[in-house]
Design a protein around this ligand. Sequence first.
Ligand code: MTE
Ligand code: MOS
Length: 755
Amino acid sequence: METGKSLAHDSAEIQVTGAALYTDDIVANAGELVVGFVGSPVAHGLLKRIELSNLYRIHGFVGAFTWQDIPGANLFGPMIADEPFLVKDFCEYVGQPIVVLAAENASSLRKARLQVQIEVEEKTPWLTISQALKQNSFAGTPREIKRGDFEGAWRKADHQIEGVFYSNGQEQFYLESQAVIAHLGEGNEILIQASTQNPTELQEVVAHMLGIGFNEVVCTCRRMGGAFGGKETQAALPALMASLVTKKTGRSARIAYDKDTDMHVTGKRHPFRSEYQAAVDKAGNLLGLKVELHSNGGAYTDLSLAIMERALLHVDNAYFIPNISLRGQVCKTHLPPNTAFRGFGGPQGMAVIENLMEDIAAKLRRDPYEIRSQNCYGNSPRDLTPYGQRVESRLPQILNKLHESSDYETRLEKIRQLNETSLTHLRGISLTPMKFGISFTATFLNQANALINILKDGSVQVSTGGTEMGQGLTVKIRQIVAEELGVPSEQVKYMTTSTEKNHNTSPTAASAGTDLNGMAAANACQAIRSRLAQFAAEIFADTQVGLSKSLEAIEFSEGKVWDRRCPEKQLTFGELALQAYRNRVNLGERGFYRTPGVGFNQSTGKGSPFHYYTTGACVAEVEIDRFTGQWMLERADLLLDIGHSINPGIDRGQIVGGFVQGLGWVSMEELRYQEDGKLLSYSPTSYKIPNVGDLPIDLRIELYEDPAPNGSIRKSKAVGEPPPNAFTCRIYSSQTSAWTSFTWQSSSLGNSSDL
Ligand code: MTE
Ligand code: MOS
């Protein structure tokens, strides 16, 4: 079996030695130009004048381009085409591209940048959700999900709990900034090499902008140095800039943002403001919930509506809520358009209810774990989400198991004692469940195609629309293909992702990269394998006297092929491939996959948007120094049901990485803006992401060994985004005998700030 092995990441060795090629490492073509841009000096203003005359004196300066130079469309956007490539009249965020510059080298480009003069009539920007609400400034229409009778539940409730919960934004902080190289081919042909989760989208936006057919543009991506959602749509602007320069000059053109620029101008995780009302009975059961969510979408729609949708679909997290009324609306502000970030709104929705669970526990003076487990999804009818999808999971078992394996009760008792006696430190512990829906909620995106080539030496090439951003997609797909063909994984190579080999692909996102592309690749392999089995059966029947032709008797394993009835006559996979080729058997195949059974009606807010749920839970124990406020995550235990993992080593990496990224969000990462909308925290010196020292001293990760059923590839479950959610933001500890709450004043979550 090739799946289930912890093979190393495909780029592990070359990343360590520095041999792995990221976009900006690709050797320059002769005459290649360096591209940059000058953006809006203000968050909100009217563009009055662009003065470029001084540029032409600069040695090495090649060209400056504005909206007037765009041959095709200036507007783009993944859901609503409302974002201009280059500002024509209104500047809507600081740094928004106005002029694209091309130069022979970086130093000429720097000089040119300083000589661009831009005049704007500055207007008052609105930056926060509350400012946007005052302006009635929204993107799209509000969305709702409803079930039962919230108002009735609220009136009858023993306890009415209400509040406002805020969660802040977060920078994706991929190490490789946005980077694109464009080359002109014959006629209108253009080739772009990009650091993108979505080569097909770049193909399309570049074609629109140049006013040419999609078929003239090829976009490739070897790998990204991290993306975390930040390259799902936002590689578009640099791709447009490089392509415009190539088109105008006929020369290859490269743009690579520096980190500061990248942080200033690209979108981030959406801040959310969620007003909630909860109806709770004496026993601590959540009988009704109303939440009004607002997100800060930034200046253009980008993916904000889909992110709000996912937030709404995750407010329930792991809990059955009979009466519920959810409403979500995206606010338009003068920040760079906020975009996908690992979890895609899910964490923002889940954080609301996890905070509420702590509220309920505090109010009832109960342990939050009890409140969580008694409200958890369970057997029918308590397994139905507000939108009507059944939750097939092992959530209650996972909670029980982790409760036991983490030694929760004993530790809780110790913490109580410590908090009563220690003058210097306080500790808190919490157990948080997590349920994350797998599939794109835009149903049409749940499709993939794959291309398999078997060559005459028996080596295999696989190409899909899936992109590698560090998550280990390519090694997992190699393992799937190897297993289908009965060859070792080393015999399979994952080829550079290209729109030329795979058409109309979805972004590698929603954690579904391996599910979709792996399934398409497996489908292609099965078709080739049945042709090869047919051919092999003929060979073995021909060469072995008295052996009838039997497809069922053909075995493909460990790079060899044989008939089970005469195992001594083996062919290597390469020998079979060569013979098949000579006998004109087709050794290539395209596979296709569409996720079955998913569908969601946006207007009714009902349906089954997800193929399945990835679930899990986490116990976190934190210690705080009462005097300095310094805190340490002492221990974290995570238990996840990720099905039959295709590569447990890689998945473990995803769990640790995702968890630590979630930890960064709720504890130390903090985006700060000036009043005029300029980002102050735009580099590693002013924006603190977790480092290795912030890892829990004691980190335990277990995979649940009795997975809930699902129809995914090799019964695996997606793992890319769920783990960041498995972290609560508040800790409670007991002083004396009563529960007293200590809100962990984290930078990004809480009841106190306006974002
Ligand atoms: N892991 C690494 N190392 N780098 C990344 O950029 N992106 C995350 C997650 N894990 C990311 C990552 C996000 S946002 C998603 S949606 C998934 O990987 C995408 O890949 P998958 O669908 O193959 O899981
Ligand atoms: Mo991930 S946020 O779906 O790119």
